[in-house]
Design a binder for this molecule. Structure first.
Ligand code: NAD
Ligand code: AHE
Ligand code: ZN
Length: 369
């Protein structure tokens, strides 16, 4: 079939809207009509050439929602007409990682996914007879896409696509980092670095978990109002304080935070986030994705004296199990999504969504098909 898609032909170039060829689903795969997709900073990071796994030409996008239109041989868990959210972290329920119950990082198809192909080693997308690569196993910047059955979460049909798509990455990552990875307890002091599409979800997760003090840190002053809207109690712009941010935060939290979260992808900030943790127990969670080649550093003494440095992908969520529950949280009013979707765009306007993100003018832009 033919489908409209925004193709990343080259790094650092705007996406081009073209009609591409899409092969139907093979065994164990499903064809999904994507109804809406968010634009996450990770898409921008890959388009900007910072992803060591970035491949071009490819169809980016990993924060979508849509409807199953066709199923391949042997597919049993979903059927045509089901509403689904594509999962860049699948859940096969059979691999060593899934069976361990210690991680959400299913390994069933990770190797081929990182190479931009389906589990059989080939791409379903092509343009003028040449393959176009998949991205993060999702490629939601295409109106139709093919996914492995284990990489879709079936969700309730009354959830609006233009909001539930955000659960495909940003919402689940931010809220899940608090609930699944850090397991923030009521009364905790929390510091969130970077108040964008992920950081605001960390803030709403921390509020939901009953944190006392929720300090937001951002170099963009306009984010203060955004943070307060979701439960932030204090705001710090590192450019506006005198001296170093770490002692400033340590004094605001009576000796250091119980939990800190990096939602910037900046390795200097990641170090500050660790060092702002309380001696003896503070835990810092790395969410931000750093540019290829960047490394994190700290004095080992920071760890010897009891600070913990951890990371999280997709908020530690097991997609097929947890995503439908997060959709329920949204539908039942336990978490908010609507106000964070600042811009709704047509596919033809997708590059504007990237510009708005880089200019710090959007929280989430969503493309509706
Ligand atoms: P975003 O662009 O919406 O937000 C980033 C925020 O960080 C902005 O408000 C910006 O002003 C702020 N910022 C930038 N530099 C800063 C600094 N030095 N100090 C303080 N604040 C700073 O991006 P997003 O979509 O929220 O994504 C955030 C990060 O999370 C990205 O690195 C993205 O790739 C990553 N991410 C990771 C996962 C995961 O599973 N681990 C999932 C989604 C996104
Ligand atoms: N491909 C990059 C790493 C990118 C990365 O860390 N991705 C996160 C999700 S970001 C979503 O917006 C992730 O899930 N990581 C775990 C995984 O298995 O990819 C690189 O450095 O090569
Ligand atoms: Zn993302």
């Amino acid at each position: 079939m033919k489908t409209r898609a925004a193709v990343a032909f080259e790094a650092k170039k705007p996406l081009e809207i073209v009609e591409v060829d899409l092969e139907g689903p093979k065994a164990g795969e499903v064809l999904v009509e994507i109804k809406a997709t968010g634009i996450c900073h990770t898409d921008a990071y890959t388009l900007d050439g910072f992803d060591s796994e970035g491949i071009f030409p490819s169809i980016l996008g990993h924060e979508g929602a849509g409807i199953i239109r066709e199923i391949g041989a042997g597919v049993t868990s979903v059927k045509p007409g089901d509403h689904v959210i594509p999962l860049y972290t699948p859940e096969c329920r059979q691999c060593k990682s899934c069976l361990s119950q210690k991680t959400n990082l299913c390994t069933a198809i990770r190797a081929t996914q990182g190479k931009g192909v389906m589990p059989d080693g080939t791409s379903r997308f092509s343009y003028k007879g040449k393959p176009i690569y998949h991205y993060m196993g999702c490629s939601t910047f295409s109106n139709f896409t093919v996914l492995p059955e284990i990489a879709v979460a079936k969700i309730r049909e009354d959830a609006p696509f233009d909001k539930s798509c955000y659960i495909g990455c940003g919402v689940t990552t931010g809220v899940g980092a608090v609930v699944n990875t850090a397991k923030v307890e009521p009364g905790s002091n929390v510091v969130v670095f970077g108040l964008g599409g992920i950081g605001l979800n960390v803030i709403q997760g921390a509020k939901m978990a009953g944190a006392d003090k929720i300090i937001g840190v951002d170099i963009n002053d306009s984010k203060e109002e955004w943070g307060r809207r979701f439960g932030m109690t204090d705001f710090v712009n590192p450019k506006k304080i005198t001296g170093d941010i770490v002692p400033h935060l340590v004094s605001l939290t009576d000796g250091g935070a119980d939990y800190t979260f990096d939602c910037t992808g900046n390795t200097t900030v990641m170090r500050q986030a660790l060092e702002a943790c309380h001696r003896g127990w503070g835990t810092s969670i790395v969410i931000g994705v750093a540019e290829s080649g960047k490394e994190i550093a700290t004095r080992p003494f920071q760890l010897v004296t009891g600070r913990n440095w951890r990371g999280t992908a997709f908020g530690g969520a097991r997609g097929r199990t947890d995503v439908p529950k997060i959709v329920d949280w949204y539908m039942n009013g336990k978490i908010q999504i609507d106000p964070m979707i600042t811009h709704v765009l047509k596919l033809e306007e997708i590059n504007k969504g990237f510009d708005l993100m880089h200019e710090g003018k959007s929280i989430r832009s969503v493309v509706v098909y």
